[in-house]
Structures are given as structure tokens and as C-alpha cells.
Design a protein around this ligand. Structure first.
Ligand SMILES: [Cu+2]
Length: 637
């Protein structure tokens, strides 16, 4: 029996009862399986200094100095992620072309100015010294609806059929970079079907070398900007006509984002200036700037928090079998509808900040601005400081909040960002640890220790150590957070709603007899009852240019999903338990956002101004979900 796409989606056409599956229960069983061979408790903590990614140098300025131009390649290299003395780790990340000194995981930060475009030639540099392609360093399930280069032009961006269970894909790796939070032309968004292989010497005959939308977007881009896309590259221009904020870039290839991002490629893109930024000196700074001398002290720091697992040889561990998740050993193909390699969620057993396990940072007794990113594949973070200094959150994904919010903990779903101020004043000599109380399993909402077990306090419950050991280098002249006036710079909310849309979040159970595990997560429409839809189904979200739409996202699953809508920044309107009363957004959700936590059994409503025509996507940012159908195309105009 062959597993066709139609049969697969048949599994998704489920009733309400089978939508509610105990994924948590299954995962708990898995966590007792010690598959990664490096015991995380054997990794010494707080022995490695935090790395603050420097600002990415420009390749050039172009168009009479009006555009910042970068030529950036995704490359493979080894980095000391684990503490010195333990093996190095093979990773991928971005580097400026021909500048090995800019090679780092996570990438150097792109510093952008409001109103000043940034153009990047993104090179797929996953080739060896001889120019032959490098295979993926992590297992890729070729049975999903994915980029599928071996399918050729006719079979790319599809779910291939197999007569027997295949192994992992070992061919050339497609990439396409997405600027998360950006507001740009469709051809520069990093559409999942606009991927491209490296321009390698040994691409197998018959392989598709680009995704199904690459050529169309290439033509549009060249017409709009004049930039030529050479083989193995794409040239994306970012307008930076949006409020100052914390954006980030990462891979977005169809059906393999989970592995491409876990392998490393991600970086911060900090947009500053314009009407929605504060004058220099108001907030703690500086942050790394282009051309800084070595050893400069920074009071604004980007912090990318990620969970990863390792094998004893230092290599990244990512499960290569569904058996890791719930012990299901098959049969896969033929016989069942269960993807053999894909795992519904993957949690690492070690915590990394900016590419190092459990680093430490020496700080002065003064205020710091931290740009926090949850860069985990599927883990929700609940961050607290110990001792409990608390945080002043001043911004989220879409810019500043209307007013600073004092919080004793930060909840961050995958891809969410928090712009916060932490005050170490008066703490000289103290050690302050950043802890994580989020669960080591899918998050469903609730309180650590009450509704779920917090992360393992010996490992994933710890993140970073601040040591207030540096003498003050000078007076802290930044404005105390409780005196900050953000109201003048907080971005405007969308206007009155012109259209309301009901959409749904769903899980699909296997139809294989005797096995009720999840085989996919799905978005869909909602008309009294949910209609789950896959990536390949016709577009259902057609949005008029200029519309202000409110999307009511009904979550029929057991888990919270961080839902990201490309191209726009939305306002969180409210949440409403099924059959209950609506309540307003959290205090830290009062600005604009691009990713929102949609809780199980609730309707989460978000509103945005869809002002720019194009083909974009919305999806769950648990990237294992995104890769297996929990992503939908949508069109503006
Ligand atoms: Cu999800």
C-alpha cells in the first residue's frame, strides 16, 4: 500500500473527540529514554563567558550610499558550544562571504536603521572545499510535505510516495532565509517554496535546484530592485519602513525548518531609529556597533536562548526516528500513516545562550537592556531571576509597549521576543541566575509546580549566570524604567476591524489500528466546527489590501501553540475559553506582536492592518509542527 497525500489528509479530517490527544502523556514516556549520549549533568555550568554577537560588518553601501549591502553565506563549521575541554560541535550559521572572522552561531547581528533599506545576498554555502554539496548534519524525514529536491521540478514541494520506509534524506540541502517580523515584498520574505540548493558541482541529475516559487520571486525581485539572483543565492531587500524593534532571521524551508534551524542558522536583526524609537541614551546602551574595537563594554545585549542535546562526541543530537517520541517502532511505510523520522516535538536537555551552554556574564551594578529571544524549536520558557530582581519589559516583537511593565517572570513561546531592562544597581558582588520554570514537555498554560512540573532544576531549569563583579565604568545615566515614557514611541494599533475571520488549530491522529498517536498538526478554517487543512490545500485566507482583520484562532488541541503571521504586526485583542467569557491580553501583550500564544480550549483573537499585497504564510512556531502541516499560505490582495 502506498501512502498518498489524500489518505494522509484523510487522517486529518477528524472529529472533535479524536482531536484531543494526550501528547503530554506520550512525551513523558520518551523523556526517560536517554538517547543523546552526552549526559547534560556532566556539562560544567557557568565556566564559559557569554558571547555577545558583534554587529555584522557591511559588504558595501550601494545606490549612492543609501542602502546597506551584505553578502552572507550559510556555511558549516565547528564551534566550541560545550565548555573548553569538551569536543567542539559541527554547526551551520551565517557569515559574511570570505570573512571567516564573522563566522558564529548564532550569527553576527544585523544593525538596521529605520527608513534605510538593507539588501542581503543570501548564499547557500553548504558545499565542501571541492565545491560538492554537504549533506544535512541532522536527519531529514523525506515522507513529509517538504521541499523534496529529489522529486525534480514535477515533484518538488510535495509529499512524495514511498513503497517502503525510506531513510533520511542525504542530498543537497535547500535553504531560504526569513526575516522574522519583517514587513517586506513577498519575494523577499523567504517563502517556504522559494528555497534553493547550493550551486554545487555534484547536484544529482533530475533534482530540482530551486523551489516552485523561486523563479517567479526572482523575476519580481529583479524587476523591483535590479538585483540579480545568481545560482545558489537569493537577494532580499528589507525596507525597514516599520517601527524599531527586535527582529531575527532564520531558515524557513518547506518541511525542514526544524532541522535547518536546530543546526544553527539564526541571528538578530535590530531595527533602530525613526519615530518609534527613543533617543540615544534614554535606555541602557551601547549595543555592539559595526567597527567596534575589541573589548568594548555593552549594556544592551541580545540573548538567544535555545535548548539542544549533544552526543558524547560533541555533535548535535536530533532524533532520527519517531520511536524517540513515543516508542512507536513502526510499521511505517507501507502499513501506517506515521512519519518514520519526524517527531511531534523535540526538547533539548541542555540550555544555550548565544551559542554556548550555560554561560556566565560579568556585569556592572547598573541597568542593562536585554533583548531576549526564545529560539527553541518547541520549548516554552518561563524565565525568572534568582534572587528575584524582576524585569521591566519595555517591548515585544513589534516595538515598544505603551508603558513599561514590571514582571517577576517572563513567559516566552518559541520565536517570541521580550525587550527588558534588568537593574543590577546595588548588587555589587552578587551572583544572579536566570532560571527557567517552563516545562520539559509541551506547554498547555498554567503555573509551574501547580499545573506542570517545571524544567529540571539541574539542567534545563538553568540558563545564564550574571556576576555583578565589574566596577561601574561611569554613572548610569539611563532613565529608570518606572520613569520611561514609551507612549510617544509605541507603535499605533490597527484601526477599526473591517473583517473578522474564524480559524482553527488542530491535531491529526493516526488511523493506524491500535495506535492513536499524533501524525500531524494542522491549521484550518472554522465554521461552527473546525475544518483542518494542510499546506497543499487551496488558500482560504484571502485578505483585501488595506483590510483590518481580526482573526479568531480556535485551539482544539491539548497544547499551546505560538502562532506567527508573516508580514504584519498584530494587536492581541483578547482570549476566550470555549463557552466562557473573553478576557484581555496580558500586560506584556499590549504592544504589537507577530507571534502569540494560543492556548488549548480557547479562542485567541488578534487584529492587524494588512497593507501590502502578496503571498505569505501563517504558522505555528513549534517548528516540528510547522514542518508537518501546521502552516498555511495566505494572500493579501
Ligand atoms: Cu504548534
Amino acid at each position: 500500500m502506498r501512502l498518498s497525500r489524500r489518505q494522509f489528509l484523510g487522517a486529518g479530517a477528524v472529529t472533535g473527540a479524536s482531536l484531543l490527544l494526550p501528547w503530554h502523556v506520550r512525551l513523558q514516556r520518551v523523556l526517560t529514554q536517554a538517547t543523546p549520549t552526552l549526559d547534560p549533568t556532566s556539562i560544567p555550568k557557568y565556566v564559559t563567558p557569554l558571547v555577545v554577537p558583534p554587529a555584522m560588518p557591511r559588504t558595501a553601501t550601494i545606490k549612492a550610499g543609501t542602502i546597506d549591502y551584505y553578502v552572507i553565506a550559510v556555511v558549516q563549521f565547528a564551534q566550541q558550544i560545550l565548555p573548553a575541554g569538551l569536543p567542539r560541535t559541527r554547526v551551520w550559521s551565517y557569515q559574511l562571504r570570505n570573512a571567516q572572522g564573522t563566522r558564529n552561531y548564532p550569527a553576527f547581528t544585523i544593525e538596521a536603521r529605520a527608513g534605510r533599506p538593507v539588501r542581503v545576498q543570501w548564499i547557500n554555502g553548504l558545499v565542501d572545499a571541492a565545491g560538492n554539496y554537504l549533506p544535512h548534519i541532522l536527519p531529514i524525514d523525506p515522507t513529509l510535505h517538504w521541499a523534496n529536491p529529489p522529486g525534480g521540478v514535477a515533484g518538488r514541494d510535495a509529499r512524495p510516495t514511498f513503497a517502503a520506509t525510506p531513510g533520511a534524506y542525504t542530498g543537497p540541502v535547500p535553504i531560504v532565509t526569513h526575516l522574522h517580523g519583517g514587513h517586506n515584498r513577498e519575494e523577499h520574505d523567504g517563502y517556504p517554496e522559494a528555497w534553493y540548493l547550493p550551486a554545487a558541482a555534484n547536484i544529482p541529475a533530475g533534482y530540482a535546484t530551486v523551489g516552485s516559487l523561486y523563479e517567479e520571486f526572482k523575476a519580481k525581485s529583479q524587476a523591483a530592485t535590479g538585483a540579480v539572483w545568481a545560482p545558489g543565492t537569493a537577494v532580499f531587500e528589507y525596507d525597514n519602513q516599520q517601527p524599531a524593534s527586535t527582529l531575527w532571521f532564520h531558515d524557513h524551508t518547506l518541511g525542514m525548518t526544524r532541522a535547518n534551524v536546530y543546526a544553527g542558522p539564526a541571528g538578530f536583526y535590530l531595527l533602530r531609529g525613526g519615530a518609534n524609537d527613543l533617543p540615544a541614551g534614554v535606555l541602557p546602551g551601547p549595543a555592539p556597533a559595526r567597527g567596534d574595537p575589541a573589548g568594548r563594554r555593552y549594556y544592551e545585549l541580545p540573548l538567544a536562548i535555545q535548548d539542544r542535546s549533544f552526543d558524547a562526541d560533541g555533535s548535535l543530537f536530533y532524533p532520527g526516528s519517531r520511536a524517540f517520541f513515543d516508542g512507536f517502532q513502526g510499521p511505517y511505510i507501507p502499513g501506517s500513516d506515521v512519519p518514520p523520522l519526524w517527531n511531534p516535538e523535540v526538547f533539548g536537555n541542555a540550555m544555550l545562550v548565544n551559542g554556548k551552554t550555560w554561560p556566565f556574564l560579568q556585569v556592572e551594578p547598573r541597568r542593562y537592556r536585554l533583548r531576549l529571544l526564545n529560539g527553541c524549536n518547541g520549548r516554552f520558557l518561563i524565565l525568572r531571576l534568582d534572587p528575584a530582581l524582576g524585569f521591566w519589559q519595555i517591548g515585544a516583537e513589534g516595538g515598544f509597549l505603551p508603558a513599561p511593565v514590571q514582571l517577576d517572570q517572563l513567559l516566552l513561546g518559541p520565536a517570541e521576543r521580550a525587550d527588558v531592562i534588568v537593574d543590577f544597581t546595588g548588587r555589587a558582588g552578587q551572583t544572579v541566575r536566570l532560571r527557567n520554570l517552563g516545562p520539559d514537555e509541551p506547554f498547555g498554560g498554567g503555573t509551574p509546580g501547580v499545573d506542570f512540573d517545571p524544567a529540571n532544576p539541574a539542567t534545563t531549569g538553568q540558563v545564564l549566570e550574571f556576576r555583578v563583579t565589574l566596577p561601574l565604568s561611569g554613572e548610569d545615566t539611563s532613565t529608570p524604567p518606572d520613569e520611561l515614557n514609551l507612549g510617544t514611541v509605541a507603535p499605533a494599533k490597527p484601526g477599526a476591524t473591517t473583517n473578522t475571520r474564524q480559524v482553527s488549530l488542530n491535531e491529526a491522529a493516526s488511523t493506524f489500528g491500535g495506535f492513536d498517536g499524533p501524525v500531524a498538526a494542522l491549521l484550518g478554517t472554522m465554521n461552527g466546527t473546525p475544518s483542518p487543512l494542510g499546506w497543499g490545500d487551496p488558500i482560504t485566507e484571502h485578505v483585501r489590501v488595506g483590510a483590518v482583520e481580526e482573526w479568531a484562532m480556535h485551539n482544539f488541541t491539548e497544547d499551546a501553540h505560538p502562532i506567527h503571521i508573516h508580514e504584519i504586526q498584530f494587536q492581541v485583542v483578547n482570549r476566550q475559553p470555549f463557552g466562557g467569557e473573553a478576557f484581555g491580553p496580558e500586560s506584556w501583550e499590549t504592544g504589537l506582536k507577530d507571534t502569540v500564544v494560543a492556548y488549548p480550549g480557547q479562542i485567541t483573537r488578534v487584529k492587524a492592518h494588512y497593507d501590502r499585497a502578496g503571498l505569505f504564510v501563517w504558522h505555528c512556531h513549534i517548528v516540528e509542527h510547522e514542518d508537518n502541516e501546521m502552516m498555511r499560505p495566505y494572500r493579501i490582495g
